[in-house]
Design a protein around this ligand. Structure first.
Ligand code: ADP
Length: 707
C-alpha cells in the first residue's frame, strides 16, 4: 500500500513539474543504459559470445531509439509511455536471451535501477544510496547464499552497477534541485518585473491623462472662441489627435490594471435603454460621414433596469462597434441586442455584425492576444493598438460571460457577447400602449442599397421590431404602391427614409395631419421636414420607433400643436446648462442647441451641477436621468432644497432614454418641470426651450411662418 502511496506522490510530482526536468533526466537514463549495453556488447565480443553481443547491441540501438523519441516528445504522459515501453522491451530481451539468468538480471538490475531513479526523484538520493548499499551487502556477504546461487561474475558486476546507479541518481537529484531553485528565482524575478511594468504603465498613463485633459480643455475653449478658419482647422485636428491619444492611454491603463489584478467591476443599477442610447450615439459619431449603414435591432421586451457594471459593458460594446466601423468600407454594421431569461435574471446577448474585411481563419485565434493586430498589410492605414479585444475579453470573463467571433475573410465578421445580468425591474425597455390600435406602414426603398447585407438586415429589423411590439406593420419599397395602400387602408403611423420623403414631399406633407409620419435621416446634411412630421435621426430602432408610436400618450405637451422642425426662434441671451455623464451625449445636445444660438455650459456629474449653479445663474437645465454617483433625480432634489430661491425655481428638463409609461409622473414628483426623451428629437427640444426659457429672451426668427 505504501508503495502505491509513493507512486501517487510521484505522479503528482511529475504533474507539477510538467515539461521540466524529468524529460532531461529520462534522456540521461537512455544514454547511460545505452552506454552500458555498448560496453557489454564489446566485452561479449572480446569473450567471443556472439549471441550476447547481438543482444546487447540490439539493446543499445533500442536505447538510442528511445532517446530520439524522447527528444521529440513534448508531454509527460507520452514520456511515461515511452519509458514503460523502453523497460518492457529491455526486460523482454533479458528474459528471452537469458532464461533463468535473464530473470535474475531483470530482478537484480533493471527493477532496482528503476526504483532508484523514481525514488531519488521523489525523496532525494538518500533512498537510492540505501538501496545501493543493501543490494551490495546482499551480493557481497554470505546472505546471497540464502536464495538463488549467483555466478561470481554477477557478485561483482551487480554491486558496481548499483553504485553507478546511485551516482547517476545523485547527479539527477542535484540537477533537479538546482533547476528548481533557478526556476523559483526566475519566477520571482519575472513577477517583480511584470508588477513593475504594470505599475509603471498605470502611473504613467494616469500622469499623462492629467495634462492631456488640460490640453483638450484648452483646445475646446479655443474652438468656442471667435477664431479664423485656419486656426479652427488646426484646433480641430489637435482635438481629434488628442482624443485618439486619450483613447490609447485609457486602453493602456485598463490593460495594466487587468494585468496586475487591480481591475474591479463596479456593479450598480442601470438603465439598458440609456446605455444603448449612449453607445449608439458614440457609434454614429465614429461612423461620421463614412458611407456605410449603421443598423440597430433591439428587442423592446428586454427588462430596462438591470444590475451590473454599465461602464464596462458600454466599453465592450463601443470597442466592438468601433472595430466593426473601422474595418468596414462598404455595406454596414448591425448591432443586435436581445435577452434570454435565466434563474438569476437574464443573459444579455449583444451581437455586432459587419460586412467588412473579415478575419483570416488562421488569425482568428490571435485577435484576443495583447497587442495583436492581424492582416496588417491590408490594414496599415487603420489606427489601433491591438488592446481593445483582449481588454474586452477579460472584462467579459470577469462578468462571467463569454465572447465569441465568427468571421469569413472578405465577407464580414460577427462578435457575440453573452453577459449574465440581474434584473432590478422586469418592466421592458419600451412597450406600445394599445398595440391593437396601431397599424404601421414603412416606406424604405431597400433597392437603393448595393450591399445584400444591408438590404436583408433592414427588412429583418422592420419585421422583427413589429413582431416584438405585437403591432400590425407593412413594408413598401415603391411610392405608387405605398400611396395606393395608404388610401385604402387605415394606417396610424408612417415611417420612411429621407430619400423616400423627398420623392413626393408635397404628398407626404399633405397627409401629415391624418397619419403620424416620421422621417428618418442622418444628422449631417439633413433636410427640414414639413409641419406635423417627426424628424428622427438614424438609426431607427425599437426605442425611437416606440417613442413616436407612443408619442400622444407620454408627451407632456399633448395639447399643443406639433411644431415644425424649422428653428422658430433664437435666444442669444439665454444660458442653458446641459448635464450628462456621457461626453458624446453632451456634444449631441450642444450641437442640437446651436441653431437656437443659446449659450451653453456643460457638466458631467450631479456634483458639478451643484457647484456650477452657485456661481452662475442659468435660465434652464437639461438633466440626464441616469448618472453614476448622483443621478438626475437626486441632483434635482438637492437643487430644490438649496437656500437660493432662484435655483429652487429654475426650470429643469429631464433627458431620458426611459420612455415607459409613468415616467412623466415620476419626473414631476421628483421636481422636474418637463422631460425630453432620448434620442433627442429636434421638435421636442424646441418645444421645451420655447416653453421654459424666459419669454423676454426669445427672439422670433423671420420667415419661418412661410413653411
Ligand atoms: P485594434 O482595433 O486597436 O487594432 P483590437 O484588439 O480591438 O485592436 O483588434 C485586434 C485586431 O483584430 C484588429 O487589429 C483587426 O486586425 C482584427 N479585428 C477586430 N475586429 C475586426 C472586425 N470587425 N473586422 C475585421 N478585423 C477585425
Amino acid at each position: 500500500m505504501e508503495m502505491f502511496g509513493d507512486l501517487g506522490g510521484y505522479i503528482r510530482y511529475l504533474k507539477e513539474k510538467r515539461n521540466s526536468f524529468n524529460h532531461n533526466a529520462l534522456k540521461l537514463v537512455y544514454i547511460l543504459a545505452g552506454i552500458y549495453f555498448i560496453v557489454m556488447a564489446v566485452i561479449n565480443m572480446v569473450e567471443d559470445d556472439m549471441r550476447m553481443t547481438v543482444i546487447n547491441s540490439a539493446a543499445s540501438v533500442w536505447c538510442l531509439a528511445s532517446l530520439i523519441i524522447s527528444d521529440r516528445i513534448k508531454s509527460n504522459s507520452a514520456d511515461a509511455v515511452n519509458l514503460i515501453v523502453f523497460f518492457t522491451v529491455i526486460m523482454s530481451y533479458f528474459i528471452v536471451s537469458g532464461g533463468a539468468e535473464g530473470f535474475t538480471i531483470v530482478w537484480l538490475f533493471i527493477i532496482p535501477a528503476a526504483a532508484m531513479y523514481f525514488l531519488s526523484l521523489y525523496y532525494g538520493s538518500l533512498l537510492s544510496i540505501i538501496i545501493g548499499a543493501v543490494l551490495s551487502l546482499y551480493m557481497w556477504t554470505p546472505l546471497n547464499e540464502l536464495g538463488f546461487q549467483y555466478s561470481p561474475v554477477y557478485l561483482t558486476r551487480f554491486p558496481i552497477v548499483y553504485w553507478a546507479n546511485v551516482l547517476m541518481c545523485i547527479c539527477i537529484f542535484v540537477r533537479v534541485e538546482r533547476y528548481e531553485g533557478r526556476q523559483q528565482e526566475l519566477l520571482a524575478y519575472a513577477n517583480a518585473a511584470n508588477t513593475a511594468k504594470s505599475d509603471f504603465l498605470a502611473n504613467m498613463s494616469h500622469e499623462i491623462r492629467t495634462p492631456m485633459n488640460a490640453i483638450m480643455g484648452m483646445c475646446e475653449l479655443t474652438l468656442e472662441a471667435d477664431i479664423s478658419e485656419e486656426v479652427r482647422d488646426n484646433c480641430e485636428n489637435i482635438h481629434v489627435a488628442g482624443r485618439n491619444l486619450l483613447g490609447i492611454i485609457n486602453d493602456l491603463l485598463d490593460f495594466s490594471k487587468i494585468e496586475s489584478g487591480k481591475m474591479e467591476l463596479i456593479c450598480e443599477k442601470y438603465s439598458l435603454s440609456s446605455l444603448l442610447n449612449d453607445v449608439i450615439n458614440m457609434a454614429m459619431a465614429r461612423k461620421g460621414s463614412k458611407p456605410i449603414e449603421f443598423m440597430v435591432n433591439v428587442d423592446p421586451n428586454i427588462p430596462d433596469v438591470l444590475y451590473g457594471d454599465e461602464i464596462r459593458i458600454k466599453q465592450i460594446v463601443i470597442n466592438l462597434l468601433t472595430n466593426a466601423i473601422k474595418f468596414t468600407s462598404k455595406g454596414g454594421v448591425l448591432l443586435s441586442v436581445s435577452a434570454r431569461k435565466e434563474s438569476y435574471g437574464i443573459n444579455l446577448i449583444i451581437s455586432v455584425k459587419d460586412s467588412g474585411i473579415g478575419i483570416k481563419e488562421d488569425s482568428v485565434d490571435k485577435i484576443f492576444n495583447s497587442f495583436s493586430r492581424v492582416d496588417t498589410k491590408k490594414n496599415h492605414a487603420v489606427e489601433g493598438t491591438g488592446l481593445g479585444l483582449p481588454i474586452s475579453k477579460r472584462l467579459v470573463k470577469m462578468m462571467d460571460g463569454v465572447i465569441t467571433v465568427n468571421s469569413e475573410y472578405g465577407k464580414g465578421t460577427e462578435f457575440r457577447v453573452v453577459i449574465p445580468q440581474k434584473v432590478i425591474d422586469p418592466k421592458p425597455i419600451i412597450t406600445v400602449h394599445e398595440p391593437k390600435k396601431v397599424n404601421v406602414i414603412y416606406y424604405l426603398d431597400t433597392k437603393k442599397f448595393t450591399a445584400d447585407f444591408v438590404k436583408k438586415t433592414y427588412v429583418e429589423i422592420i419585421e422583427l421590431m413589429h413582431k416584438r411590439f405585437a403591432v400590425r406593420a407593412k413594408h413598401f419599397i415603391k411610392v405608387e404602391d405605398l400611396k395606393r395602400e395608404i388610401s385604402s387602408g387605415s394606417y396610424t403611423h408612417l415611417f420612411m427614409g429621407r430619400d423616400e420623403y423627398l420623392k413626393d414631399r408635397a404628398y407626404f406633407d399633405s397627409i401629415a395631419d391624418k397619419i403620424e409620419i416620421a422621417v428618418v435621416q442622418e444628422r449631417t446634411g439633413y433636410v427640414p421636414v414639413g409641419k406635423n412630421i417627426h424628424n428622427l435621426y438614424k438609426p431607427l430602432y425599437s426605442l425611437s420607433a416606440g417613442n413616436v408610436i407612443n408619442k400622444e400618450k407620454i408627451s407632456f405637451n399633448t395639447t399643443s400643436a406639433t411644431p415644425s422642425n424649422e428653428v422658430e426662434f433664437t435666444a442669444p441671451e439665454a444660458l442653458v446648462l446641459i448635464v450628462d455623464d456621457n461626453e458624446m451625449n453632451l456634444k449631441v445636445a450642444k450641437g442640437l442647441l446651436i441653431p437656437y444660438k443659446v449659450k451653453t455650459v456643460t457638466a458631467s456629474s450631479g456634483k458639478d451641477v451643484l457647484e456650477l449653479i452657485k456661481r452662475q445663474k442659468f435660465d434652464m437645465i437639461y438633466m440626464d436621468h441616469m448618472m453614476p454617483d448622483m443621478d438626475g433625480i437626486e441632483t434635482v432634489s438637492h437643487i430644490r432644497k438649496s437656500d437660493d430661491e432662484y435655483n429652487r425655481n429654475i426650470p429643469i428638463v429631464a433627458l431620458t432614454a426611459n420612455a415607459v409609461s409613468g415616467v412623466k409622473e415620476m419626473f414631476l414628483k421628483a421636481g422636474f418641470q418637463d422631460f425630453v426623451s432620448k434620442p433627442i428629437e429636434n421638435a421636442a427640444l424646441q418645444r421645451s426651450l420655447k416653453k421654459w426659457l424666459p419669454k423676454e429672451k426669445i427672439q422670433k426668427e423671420q420667415g419661418n411662418d412661410d413653411e
